[in-house]
Every structure is written in structure tokens, then in C-alpha cells.
Design a protein around this ligand. Structure first.
Ligand code: 6R9
Length: 653
């Protein structure tokens, strides 16, 4: 075998199962035929402006019409130039105008079991009150508002209230530390913070306001803090002149606050994403293009129908929550279930209890959750009637084919298509995904690009690698939902995303396109393992490990090796409570059989858990340091559970 060229990645794990879409699905589907998709795809590519003009006119409300559809001066794009719209109007008023005012927008359940339903009319009233309160507290168009809240309806209300007045929201996941909040407040020059007294997590109360207070000591730009009473903490500290209670300033406002007509390119929000090292980047999205992308991708991919009960299990602190709890589904007039707490509280069947109770039809969750469910055992699933489900989605990481099969069989009852959606904070919405009525799925593949998405896969010189070769995934054309910049850091924007191939967006992921035109994400470019000149993707080796019956989760990294350049180190969690040398050998053999000797891990370490980001992605960067015998360096602020790292270090000692 010859060495793999720089930038290319070897494809080593075969997968040939194919699941055709259920025939019944095509009836009334949003995208019902292959021909319909082919036509949309070709038009969006070859007649971009005409396609998106039509989409924007039909699917958004315009206070004032736009002129040019897209001004593209790479890497800077402007969409629907000069038009005026408002994302809060599109999510609320427009649905009410179209007769959906009495439909449930949000069906919410708190972790302790309390519930609340808000119709589109009611949600609009609450958003108006909150918008009026924000104005009263001095928030102007263009000001940044940090939101650090539990998954309550008020989190959505706060986001939409900002959008209504043209303020920019920056949602910070409520598990982040005071230090992380202060960093984000500082980077964005946030003027106001919205939070709550506390947050329920696995039956305990976390005092959010206290964490915010600590952050505010180091956030000189923040003038006010709006505090929701959620848990009823008795000793919530309130600083006079700065802190106000939600019930004191929001509840008494008028429930009619007109949405501000905003220029299409007005910043709607910034959302911080962890770079692999160093400080987080504030990804900037704007109003019209993002809103349209979130709405249309939601309708296409989740095949949205009027009687759906749709549940996205993400937190609004991540892009998935922004696009597929708030802006996408609400602009489409959907009924969304929203759940506040942990999936294993009070027991490991909480999700399935919710699906049964609310007759959820469409479920969108992440591989990290699916792997946890597998580990917790099928009995939690089997207790419940999941027959209401018709469609399943996955996002956040590659889904190992065996986890896909479990999701398909145990949750979907072998009748629900699975949409494995590939996208990023930066892309604003889903870029590649099956369309449930037309795409035959292959476990582990995100299948095909949506209309408007033109992927190319290149090597390190920027040359296309051709079918069946792994390489760096880029996007060739601007699309409405693309990021408009990194907040306050133009240089980082250009260096990170636009420097490999001029005018093409570099995703940071590796991918392969197979001979059927299906795309397979092969993990982050930085995570590639180079064994004797062969560049292996982490996900393929991990998937081979996960396909062994004893393995629940696997994380694979390279460590320096004198002879091979890099050797493969695998961190695995297994069902066996006392795994030993025998299982280790069996796993090596298993990978050897699945892929070949080349991919056989040199080290296998059994561990109770692998380190993950707070959004549930395996943090291979830290494992690389541990595998090499170093202290884990670099930014650990996005780590979900510090004890995982400590335990791995102990094992090492
Ligand atoms: C939406 C979201 C983006 C990164 C992305 C990729 C990984 C997301 C995936 C996937 C394989 C999928 N990723 N979805 N990898 N298959 N279906 O997760 O945004 O938090 O910015 O992460 O997540 O590596 O580049 P974000």
C-alpha cells in the first residue's frame, strides 16, 4: 500500500445495508418525489437567485421588499438586500395571521413534572411583554443580551423578545461556569443578562443567579440583570439598581408590542462555539437568511405536517436548539414539545415516558443520548408505547451504524425513517440529510445535500479528491443560513473558514462521497490518525469497536509512535463490569476482522466514561494528551464532567 496523500483520508470500514423509505410516507410528504428534489436541487444550484427569491417571498413576511437576492463577495454574503422583516414576527404574528393562533406552539414539561402549554397567541403575548420590559430596561436595537437560563418557556420568550426589538441574543448554555459567562459577556460587550434563580437538574437545584453574580463581577459592560423565578430559592441575591425580577417588570407590560421592521442583514444572534483550543468564537447569524434556512430545512427534513407533535431534545444553548426548537419549527407553525431536565430523572425511561404521554410523532436527538439509552438497557424503552413516532432524527456527531440500528429497531419499531442530519453552528441549519419520503438510508451516512448546498471534498492543495476518497469537506456556494462572521474577529473568520480554498467554506470535517453520491462524515480534520502513512478516520475505527456486543461507546485517538508515526489508542466503555485482558484481545481481533490489521488499536483502555463537551460530543483532543502521557492542555472549559478527566489520569498513574 502506498501512503495516503496529504489531506486525504482512507476509507476502511464497509457498510452496505440500505433502508428504503416506507412507501406510505410519500403521501402528503413535503418533498414527496425524487423528481421534486432533483428539480429543487438543480434550480437552487443553477438559478440560485430565482430559487431563493421565490422561497423568501413565500415563506417569510416582508415589511419592505428586498432588492438583490444575494450579493456574494467571498467570504462576505448579503441575502435579500434592503428587505425588512422580523424573525419574531415570522414565528408568531404570521402564524396568527394565518389562523394558527389557537394551536399549541410549545408544550412544556419541567423536570419535577410541572407542565404548561402556550398557544401561538399566548406565546406572542408573553414575547410582547418581555420585549416591552427589555425596552424599559434600556435595551436598544443592536445591543447584546446574554441569556443563561434553564429550558423553560421563558428562555424561548426571551430569545424572541430580543428578536422582536432587534437586540442580539447570545444564549449561554446553563451548565457553563461563571468564568465562561464572563468571557462571553466581555467578548460581546453584553448590556443585559437574563437568568433565573435556579435550575433543576436530576432533582437537585443549581443556583444559577449566584453563578451569574460571580460572572457579573467581571462583566463591566452589563448594566442590568433580569431574573426569572423558577425554583423559588429563598436566598437569591439581588443587587439593587441592577437586578430585577421577571415577575416585577415583565408581567405588568402590555401584551401588544409591534415587531420592529429590521433590515435582512441585522444580526439576529451570536452563539459561541468552542474552538478546539483557545477562546470561543462568537458565530454571527443574521435575520432573513438564517430565518428562511431554519424554516425550510425544518419543513423539508422533518417533513412537517400539521398534526405532528415534534420534539427536539437539544438545549437552546446550542445551535440545534436555536434552529430546531425556536426559529425553524415556530416559523413553520409547528407544535413543539420542550423538556427541561435530564433524560434519566427520575428514571432512565423519562424520554420514553414523554413520547408516550404527549404522543410525539417526530423525535430529534443526539448519538450521545442514543448510546446512553443503549447502555441503560432496553427494558426502559420496552415499558412504553412508542407507536406515535413516525420519524427519527440524529445530530451532533456521527452515529455509529450499530447505534443507528438500535435506534431504528428499538425506538422506531423498524418503521420510522432516520434522518442523520449533518450541519454546524456556522451553517445555521441542516446541510446534508436524508429526506424521509424519498431517500433510502445507509446507517452512518448523512446521505445527500439539501437544495442550496454544494459540497466539495478536497485534499490539502484544494484539489477535489473524487468519489470514494476521504478528504476535507468544503461548501462551494453561499447559502442563506451561512454565518456572516465571527463576532469582533474578522481575521479569525477568514483564517478558520476561508483560507484553504479561496471562496469556499471549509467545514473542518473530513468526509467521503461514495459512488451513489452519499456523503459520509469522517470526523474532524484535527482528529485524523496517521498510522504508517495511512490516514484513518476516528469514526470508522470507533464504529468497528461499537459493533462489538460488549462495547457501548468508543473514542479513538492517535498517540506518537516511533515506528508507525502514530499508534491507535482506544478508550472504551463496556457492559462488562470487570473487563480484562481477554476482552481487550477480543476487541483487537474484532477491529482486525472488521477493518484490518492496520486499524487494530495498540492500546485499549476501559473507562467508565469518555470526556465530552457539554453538548455531548466526544473530546478527542483531551484524550490525545492522555494517550501520549501528557497533562491535558488547552481549553477545558467546555468539558462536561471534570471527574472523567481526573479518573483517566488516575488510571494513568
Ligand atoms: C449541529 C451541531 C458541528 C460538528 C460538525 C461535525 C459534528 C454534527 C453530525 C456531525 C457527523 C452528523 N456533527 N452533526 N458529524 N454526522 N450528523 O452539532 O453543531 O455544535 O457546531 O457541531 O459536529 O463534526 O462539524 P456544532
Amino acid at each position: 500500500m502506498t501512503d495516503t496523500a496529504a489531506g486525504q483520508v482512507d476509507h476502511v470500514l464497509a457498510e452496505d445495508r440500505l433502508f428504503p423509505p416506507p412507501a406510505s410516507f410519500a403521501e402528503n410528504a413535503v418533498v414527496a418525489t425524487q423528481q421534486q428534489y432533483d428539480e429543487m436541487y438543480a434550480r437552487a444550484r443553477d438559478d440560485r437567485d430565482a430559487f431563493w427569491k421565490e422561497q423568501a417571498l413565500e415563506h417569510l413576511h416582508w415589511f419592505e421588499p428586498f432588492g438583490d437576492v444575494c450579493q456574494w463577495d467571498a467570504p462576505h454574503a448579503k441575502w435579500f438586500v434592503g428587505g425588512k422583516t422580523n424573525a419574531s414576527y415570522n414565528c408568531l404574528d404570521r402564524n396568527i395571521d394565518q389562523g394558527r393562533g389557537d394551536r399549541a406552539a410549545i408544550i412544556w414539561e419541567g423536570e419535577p413534572g410541572d407542565t404548561r402549554t402556550l398557544t401561538y397567541n399566548e406565546l406572542k403575548s408573553e414575547v410582547c411583554k418581555c420585549a416591552a420590559a427589555l425596552r424599559q430596561l434600556g435595551v436598544q436595537q443592536g445591543d447584546v443580551v446574554s441569556i443563561y437560563m434553564p429550558m423553560t418557556p421563558e428562555l424561548v420568550i426571551a430569545m424572541l423578545a430580543c428578536a422582536r426589538i432587534g437586540a442580539i441574543h447570545s444564549v449561554i448554555f446553563a451548565g457553563f461556569s461563571a468564568e465562561s459567562i464572563a468571557d462571553r459577556n466581555h467578548d460581546a460587550s453584553a448590556k443585559l443578562v437574563i437568568t433565573s434563580d435556579g435550575l433543576y437538574r436530576r432533582g437537585k437545584v443549581l443556583p444559577l443567579k449566584k453563578t451569574v453574580d460571580e460572572a457579573l463581577e467581571k462583566s463591566p459592560t452589563v448594566e442590568k440583570c433580569l431574573v426569572l423565578r423558577r425554583t423559588g430559592e429563598k436566598d437569591t441575591p439581588m443587587t439593587k439598581g441592577r437586578d430585577v425580577w421577571w415577575h416585577d417588570v415583565v408581567d405588568s407590560q402590555s401584551d401588544d408590542f409591534p415587531a420592529e421592521p429590521l433590515d435582512s442583514e441585522t444580526t439576529l444572534f451570536i452563539l459561541y462555539t468552542s474552538g478546539s483550543t483557545g477562546k470561543p468564537k462568537g458565530i454571527r447569524h443574521t435575520t432573513a437568511g438564517y430565518n428562511l434556512w431554519a424554516k425550510r430545512t425544518f419543513q423539508w427534513v422533518f417533513d412537517h405536517r400539521d398534526d405532528d407533535i415534534y420534539w427536539c431534545t437539544a438545549d437552546c444553548g446550542w445551535i440545534t436548539g436555536h434552529s430546531y426548537i425556536v426559529y425553524g419549527p415556530l416559523s413553520a407553525g409547528a407544535t413543539c414539545l420542550m423538556y427541561e431536565g435530564a433524560p434519566n430523572y427520575p428514571a432512565e425511561d423519562r424520554f420514553w415516558d414523554l413520547v408516550e404521554k404527549y404522543k410525539v410523532t417526530v423525535l430529534y436527538t443526539a448519538p450521545t443520548a442514543i448510546r446512553a439509552f443503549i447502555k441503560w438497557g432496553d427494558e426502559h424503552v420496552e415499558k412504553h408505547d412508542l407507536s406515535s413516532l413516525r420519524l427519527l432524527g440524529s445530530v451532533g456527531e456521527g452515529i455509529n451504524p450499530e447505534a443507528w440500528m438500535w435506534y431504528h429497531k428499538k425506538i422506531g419499531g423498524e418503521k420510522c425513517p432516520i434522518v442523520d442530519t449533518w450541519w454546524q453552528t456556522e451553517t445555521g441549519g441542516i446541510m446534508m440529510s436524508p429526506l424521509p419520503a424519498i431517500t433510502a438510508t445507509k446507517p452512518g451516512s448523512c446521505t445527500k445535500p439539501l437544495p442550496g448546498v454544494v459540497p466539495i471534498i478536497v485534499d490539502e492543495t484544494g484539489a477535489p479528491v473524487g468519489k470514494e476518497h476521504g478528504g476535507m469537506l468544503c461548501i462551494d456556494q453561499p447559502w442563506p443560513g451561512m454565518l456572516r462572521g465571527v463576532w469582533g474577529d474578522e481575521q479569525r473568520f477568514i483564517e478558520t473558514y476561508w483560507s484553504l480554498v479561496k471562496g469556499k467554506y471549509l467545514t473542518g470535517d473530513n468526509a467521503r462521497c461514495d459512488s451513489d453520491g452519499y456523503y459520509w462524515i469522517m470526523g474532524r480534520i484535527d482528529d485524523v490518525i496517521n498510522v504508517s502513512g495511512h490516514r484513518l478516520s476516528t469514526i470508522e475505527v470507533e464504529s468497528a469497536l461499537v459493533s462489538h456486543e460488549s462495547v457501548c461507546e468508543a473514542a479513538v485517538v492517535g498517540r506518537p509512535d516511533d515506528i508507525k508515526g502514530q499508534a491507535i489508542a482506544a478508550f472504551v466503555t463496556v457492559t462488562d463490569p470487570n473487563p480484562g485482558e481477554e476482552l481487550r484481545q477480543a476487541l483487537r481481533q474484532h477491529v482486525r476482522k472488521q477493518i484490518g490489521a492496520l486499524a487494530q488499536p495498540d492500546d485499549i483502555r476501559f473507562t467508565a466514561a469518555v470526556p465530552k463537551t457539554r453538548s455531548g460530543k466526544i473530546m478527542r483532543r483531551l484524550l490525545r494528551d492522555i494517550a501520549a502521557g501528557h497533562e491535558a492542555v488547552g481549553d477545558t472549559s467546555t468539558l462536561e464532567d471534570y471527574t472523567v478527566l481526573a479518573k483517566l489520569r488516575e488510571q494513568d498513574a
